[in-house]
Design a binder for this molecule. Structure first.
Ligand code: FES
Length: 82
């Protein structure tokens, strides 16, 4: 399961979060979604800071990592203990 990508964002700037997973960095839209059913999610950074952007695309927080990748890893590995 892909881990989040730490990215510095500038307060007040508008970004487009990649929802298709085809962008070069996997987190910010570069137009690679054209021809797919996906569209990016636009958001504005609320502060100058590093953010953990979701790469597994399972977050419930739109674009920020909420730890969903770790929960999925636990679920995916559970069959190994049998
Ligand atoms: S490149 Fe993935 S949504 Fe635009």
């Amino acid at each position: 399961m892909p881990h989040p990508v730490k990215t510095y964002l500038n307060k007040g700037e508008t970004y487009q979060f990649c929802n298709c997973g085809k962008s070069a960095d996997g987190v910010l839209c570069d137009g690679s979604h054209k021809g797919t059913k996906f569209i990016p999610t636009e958001f504005i950074a609320t502060r100058n800071s590093e953010f953990l952007l979701c790469l597994c695309k399972k977050t419930t927080c739109t674009w920020q990592c909420d730890g969903a990748h770790a929960k999925r890893e636990q679920l995916d590995l559970s069959f190994l203990s049998d």
